[in-house]
Design a protein around this ligand. Structure first.
Ligand SMILES: [Zn+2]
Length: 306
């Protein structure tokens, strides 16, 4: 919520991993929300926004990128605030207009995202007025080739989405279909270092004070993935399984396998990185690893979130 490291009028609703954080911006001329969480948490998003706005209405909704955990509440917010203007990054706008859940990755990741509309674009290289300050819009490819981050140079506040967390960064999705994006992650980390933020509002996890060690450990993590891409692929598959567990809380192992079979990213990752392991065996291994790390529990046929 309000945090004295943040500029006046800026508050952060720290959510979990299923929903991204939301940043509420109260300016004298307008109000805005950055990112809207996952669809199954939309009710909570609406309540948080309503409480944060007081008597005011929500004028703008911005998405740093179009992953389901960042824009799953868009449709509910648009229904609640009929004059809401939604601004999105430019690259996939045509897929939003024609609503293409495959191109927008909701279908291949097996995630939900109700259809929403947009009214304008956030153009990299430009600026946007939020909470009475001018925020720079920067491209931040890597985790998603179509992601933006926002930076306010006076207070040196960075809204980093999934490009930088206090511990690491989001899965590097393009790598999963064989597109090289490790270099893009490195370039984005360099760009963040150049910006020299003081405070970072990440897409997930708590607001943190920027310090060089955060970038150093992100680079270390990246190097480990570069030297062993299948380690990244294995990590990504576990993230996708954990995300489904967060959404469902509990499901039968056979349904877990069935869901993976119908979620094309799994077959793609398996074919590219673990071709000699049959899907069911691989999902079993991944589930065991989630259980070992304390991220899941298994009781016979039942797999539950932990
Ligand atoms: Zn993301």
């Amino acid at each position: 919520m309000t945090d004295d490291r943040l500029p006046q009028g800026v508050s952060v609703f720290e959510r979990g991993w299923l929903s991204s954080n939301n940043v509420l911006m109260l300016g004298s001329a307008s109000t805005a929300l950055i990112d809207s969480g996952y669809s199954t948490h939309a009710r909570q998003t609406l309540d948080l926004v309503d409480a944060g706005l007081g008597q005011r209405s929500l004028d703008f909704l911005l998405n740093t990128h179009l992953h389901s955990d960042h824009c799953g509440g868009n449709a509910a917010l648009q229904a609640t605030y009929p004059n809401l203007q939604t601004l999105i990054p430019p690259w996939q706008a045509h897929f939003v207009s024609s609503w293409n859940p495959v191109a927008l990755t909701y279908a291949p990741t097996g995630q939900l995202c109700p259809q929403f509309r947009f009214s304008g674009l956030l153009l990299p290289g430009g600026e946007i007025q939020l909470a009475n300050r001018a925020w720079q819009i920067h491209t931040a490819a890597g985790h998603d080739p179509h992601s933006l981050i926002l930076f306010e140079p006076q207070s040196r506040t960075l809204i980093s989405a999934d490009a930088l967390w206090e511990s690491g960064f989001g899965v590097i999705f393009p790598e999963l279909d064989g597109t090289n994006a490790f270099d893009e992650v490195a370039a984005t980390l360099d760009m963040i270092e150049q910006l020299a933020p003081r405070t970072v509002i990440p897409g997930h996890g708590a607001v943190f004070g920027y310090r060089p060690e955060v970038l150093a450990s992100a680079r270390q993590r990246l190097d480990a993935f570069v030297s062993n891409p299948s380690r990244h692929a294995q990590h990504a598959a576990k993230v996708l399984l954990k995300f489904k567990l967060l959404e469902q809380q509990q499901l039968r192992f056979t349904n877990f396998v069935e869901w993976s079979r119908n979620t094309s990213y799994f077959e793609q990752i398996r074919r590219t990185f673990f071709a000699s392991t049959p899907l069911e065996i691989w999902i079993e291994q991944l589930t065991n690893e989630l259980v070992r790390s304390g991220a899941a529990r298994r009781n016979g046929e039942l797999v539950s979130n932990a």
